[in-house]
Design a protein around this ligand. Structure first.
Ligand code: ADP
Ligand code: MG
Length: 361
C-alpha cells in the first residue's frame, strides 16, 4: 500500500474549471473520505487519481512515483489502483472464487497461484470457505465483500470507492459501514472513500477532506471538523449546525472568547485572538442550546414550531432581536413550551468560524 499525494491539482473541461488547487496528502494505510455536495468535483478527483482523466495543472504521486502532471500521464492499468463502484458488478455465471481470481487468470497467473491469492483475499474480507458459492446466493453485504476481495487480489497501491452505499437503504448502509471499516483494518489498505453523506464519512474515516465548489475547504479529523469548522459551509453541512451573526466582545490568547448573540453575552471558542467589536459568524449545534434554567438569562425567543421526534421534541425558535432567524434545540419534555410562547434559550459553547464570508465591515 502507498501514500497518495495531490499537489495543487486543477482540472478544467474546456472553459469550465471543475477543480482548483486541490492539495491532499493521504498517509500510507489511511482511510480518507472526500466529502461534499453533489457536483463539487468528487468523482472528477477520483477519475484523476485513477488515471481516467488528465490533470490540467498540478501533480499526483502514488508512493514515490509521479503518475499525473501536465506533461506526464501514467495510464490507469499501470497505477495499481483498485476501484469499487456502487454496483458490485459481479459476474452472475461465475463462482465467488472465479469472480475474485479473474484478473489474475487474465494476467497469466497459474491455477495454484490464483487459488492461493483468492483464498487470502477472501480470508481478509471474512469470506473464507465461500469459494464455490454463486453470487446470487449471497447477501448484499457479502457481495460487496466479494467486490472488495476482487480489488484486493490485485495488490493495489490504494483502493478508491465512489459512493458505494448511495443506492442502499438505511439499515443496510449501517452494516456496510462496518464492512468497510473491517476491510480497512484487516487489509491495511490506503483508502479514498467518496461520499456526499457526512454521517457516513464521520463514521468511517480517519480524516475527511471537505470539498466545496471544486476547492478543498478543510482537511481534518471528524472531531476537528465538528468542533472547529473552517467555513460556514462546513459548519452547516456537518451535523446540521446553525451559523449565526454575532459580535466579538473579548478574546483571550488561548482561544476563549465572549461574543454578543442578540441580547445575550455567550462564551465561545475561536481560532485566534480577534479585535473587539468585530462582526463574526458563530457556529452552534442544537445540543449547545437548552431552555434557560432561571428563565431570565439567555437569548429571548419565541417558539415557532414544536415537533415530536420519538422520545424527545425538536423546538424551533425565533430570537426576538432577529425574528427571521431560526434556532433549533431538543428537549425531553415540553413543560410549558408551546407554539407562540416566549422562551429564553441558554447558549453553551459555540465556535467562531475563522473564514467567514459575507460579513459586513
Ligand atoms: N467530462 C466532463 N465534461 C464537462 N464537465 C464535466 C465533466 N465531468 C464532470 N463535469 C462537471 O464537473 C462538475 C463536478 O462533477 P463531479 O466530479 O461528477 O461531481 P460530484 O462527483 O462531486 O457530484 C459538474 O459540474 C460536472 O457537470
Ligand atoms: Mg460523483
Amino acid at each position: 500500500m502507498a501514500r497518495l499525494i495531490l499537489d495543487r491539482v486543477s482540472k478544467s473541461f474546456g472553459d469550465v474549471q471543475v477543480l482548483q488547487d486541490v492539495s491532499i496528502d493521504v498517509r500510507d494505510g489511511e482511510f480518507l473520505a472526500i466529502l461534499g455536495p453533489s457536483g463539487c468535483g468528487k468523482t472528477t478527483l477520483l477519475r484523476l487519481i485513477a488515471g481516467f482523466e488528465r490533470v490540467t495543472s498540478g501533480e499526483i504521486r502514488i508512493g514515490e512515483k509521479t503518475v499525473s502532471a501536465p506533461n506526464r500521464h501514467v495510464p490507469p492499468e499501470d497505477r495499481q489502483v483498485g476501484i469499487v463502484f456502487q454496483s458490485y458488478a459481479l459476474w452472475p455465471h461465475m463462482t465467488v472464487a472465479q469472480n475474485v481470481g479473474y484478473s489474475q487468470r487474465v494476467l497469466g497467473a497459474s491455477k495454484d497461484e490464483t487459488r492461493k491469492k483468492v483464498a487470502e483475499a477472501l480470508g481478509v474480507v471474512g469470506l473464507g470457505g465461500f469459494e464455490d458459492r454463486s453470487p446470487s446466493k449471497l447477501s448484499g453485504g457479502q457481495r460487496q465483500r466479494v467486490a472488495l476481495a476482487r480489488c484486493l487480489v490485485q495488490s493495489p497501491n490504494l483502493v478508491l470507492l465512489d459512493e458505494p452505499l448511495a443506492n442502499l437503504d438505511v439499515h443496510l448502509r449501517a452494516s456496510m459501514e462496518d464492512e468497510f471499516s473491517d476491510f480497512h483494518r484487516r487489509s491495511g489498505s490506503t483508502m479514498v472513500y467518496i461520499t456526499h453523506d457526512q454521517a457516513e464519512a464521520m463514521a468511517m474515516a480517519d480524516r475527511i477532506a471537505v470539498m466545496d465548489r471544486g476547492r478543498l475547504a478543510q482537511l481534518a479529523t471528524p472531531a476537528e471538523l465538528h468542533d472547529r469548522p473552517a467555513t460556514e459551509m462546513i459548519a452547516s453541512f456537518i451535523g446540521g449546525g446553525m451559523v449565526l451573526d454575532a459580535e466579538m466582545l473579548a478574546s483571550e490568547a488561548d482561544g476563549r472568547c465572549v461574543v454578543r448573540l442578540y441580547d445575550a453575552d455567550v462564551k465561545a471558542r475561536c481560532a485566534r485572538r480577534q479585535a473587539p467589536g468585530r462582526l463574526v459568524k458563530l457556529a452552534l449545534y442544537p445540543n449547545a442550546l437548552s431552555p434557560s434554567a432561571d428563565g431570565r438569562s439567555g437569548v429571548a425567543c419565541h417558539v415557532t414550531k414544536l415537533t415530536y421526534l420519538g422520545g424527545r421534541f425538536r423546538v424551533e425558535v425565533a430570537p426576538d432581536r432577529a425574528p427571521s432567524t431560526r434556532l433549533f434545540l431538543h428537549v425531553d419534555e415540553v413543560g410549558g413550551i408551546e407554539q407562540g410562547a416566549a422562551l429564553r434559550v441558554a447558549v453553551g459553547e459555540g465556535w467562531v468560524i475563522p473564514h467567514a464570508e459575507g460579513l459586513a465591515a
